[in-house]
Design a protein around this ligand. Structure first.
Ligand code: CTP
Length: 437
């Protein structure tokens, strides 16, 4: 087995190497709950591929929680969380360090949470998703940098292929189907033959996943720079349809995702949701929401995409007033409009959206409710009506100054007051039990 000592030292910062050495020393000292410590999972995969790993993942043989507390103390970090399964996250000035207890996992039924037992490192590697993620590098001084690779992940990394460790891997944990596409696109890997066959065969096991686990995987995809290619590949493989027949990704949506992703500033995840939802009908949006249980913002964007589909044709009308455009578009969440602005048809609707986003959505009357109150307008629905009329007049260019707004108030107030009075008179005269018109 190759020694990874020089690879670790060249690809990780000196400070991170120090933390890893400290972990190895604590493990051999024997008083910290663990007898052995390894760098594992994605960190080793990235080292093998010559990439700089992000936050290091450490697995210890023994009690991960207790070990993590000692390590946190030794490296002046703080424990962010410790779970009942002996996993812990340490926050350090260098970033997060994940510490897990070496464990075996058995699945009582597909997609169930596994039964977990402390185990040797080899068993811990055996429970993992793909051979390239099932390597470990020893951190204890006498074995520092030794690669443990019982499933030949090194050879698979060299051949750029993703391989599951046993035939039922996708059934045990169907999130691995989505992980497989994510890694294959991110790393430029293909699927080993039996892995490709198992993935196709076991696609329907995605149905057994909880909403929370499924949504978490979709969110991970959206975080990847290659999100559009991952979703494109997932669509080709039938994975998108397996998540929900109502979920579809279109080439227009994916192209827009690429365009948003190329932005130099960080992009709100909801823009990507709008790209995914762009072709959904209201029924489809409802079905996808039912399956994924996303948060309120995702839900609003998904429903909003469907709402936009329904009103898009109205935006083609040549004689819409700005206030009418505002009335239509105010019901549509901003990410959906952003999507339509860059990906929708280049017709009148796009001009309306651009004008709305650039100018109209921010236009308000200059005078406020307080000013209206000073003019004798009672607070309540009538004041709301008047403010709306003022905004409409502003938007449509009928008033252009505070004085003109006040003039409008003086004209409209008596009319609105008398209408309100006659409405309330009619209300008083209405016999009890009469239907409200
Ligand atoms: N793992 C697994 N099956 C899963 C999730 C995770 O076997 N369903 C294992 C893999 O060995 C993986 C490790 O746990 O390498 C850590 O998981 P995670 O942090 O999700 O992945 P990373 O490999 O660190 O990948 P990424 O670069 O995407 O964070």
């Amino acid at each position: 087995m190759p020694s990874f000592a020089s690879l670790i030292e060249s690809k990780l910062s000196a400070e991170t190497v120090e933390v890893l050495k400290t972990a190895g020393e604590l493990a051999v000292s024997g008083d910290h709950g663990a007898s052995d410590a390894y760098l594992v999972g994605g960190s080793v995969r990235d080292l093998v591929l010559g990439r700089s790993p992000k936050d290091p993942d450490i697995t210890v043989v023994g009690k991960g929680g207790r070990f993590a507390r000692s390590l946190a103390e030794a490296v002046k970090g703080t424990i962010v969380s410790v779970s009942q399964f002996g996993t812990a996250i340490i926050d350090t000035p260098l970033g997060h360090i994940d510490v897990t207890t070496a464990r075996s996992e058995t699945y009582s039924q597909p997609a169930a949470l596994p039964d977990i037992r402390p185990a040797a490192i080899e068993q811990d590697l055996q429970r993992r998703d793909f051979s390239v993620n099932a390597m470990a590098v020893s951190l204890v001084p006498q074995k520092w940098g030794t690669l443990l690779d019982p499933f030949h992940g090194f050879a698979d990394a060299a051949r750029k292929r993703l391989r599951i460790l046993h035939d039922k891997s996708f059934q045990d944990d169907p999130t691995r189907i989505l992980r497989a596409v994510r890694y294959s696109v991110r790393l430029g890997f293909s699927f080993e033959v039996a892995t490709a066959e198992a993935l196709e065969r076991d696609m329907s096991y995605i149905d057994t996943l909880s909403s929370a686990r499924l949504l978490a995987e979709i969110e991970k995809i959206l975080l990847e720079p290659t999100r559009a290619d991952i979703l494109r590949r997932a669509e080709e493989l039938g994975i998108i349809g397996a998540i929900s027949p109502s979920l579809r990704v279109t080439e227009t949506g994916l192209k827009a995702m690429e365009q948003f992703g190329a932005s130099k500033t960080p992009v709100d995840e909801l823009l990507y949701v709008a790209c995914m939802a762009s072709s959904m009908t209201e029924e489809e949006a409802t079905a996808v929401i039912e399956r994924l249980h996303p948060d309120k913002d995702w839900q609003a964007v998904m429903h909003g995409a469907a709402t936009f589909r329904d009103l898009a044709s109205l935006l083609e009308s040549p004689d819409l007033l700005p206030s009418e455009v505002v009335e239509l578009l105010e019901r549509v969440p901003a990410p959906v409009l952003e999507f339509q602005r860059i990906a929708g048809p280049k017709t009148r609707q796009r001009e309306h959206i651009e004008a709305y986003l650039r100018r109209h959505r921010n236009i308000r009357a200059e005078i406020t409710g307080d000013v209206l109150a000073e003019q004798g307008v009672p607070r309540g629905p009538l004041m709301g009506k008047l403010l709306l009329e003022l905004r409409v007049a502003r938007l449509d260019g009928k008033v252009a100054s505070r004085d003109q707004e006040l003039e409008l108030v003086r004209r409209r107030l008596p009319i609105l007051l008398s209408r309100e009075a006659s409405e309330s008179d009619n209300g008083n005269q209405r016999p009890t039990g009469a239907a409200v018109p």
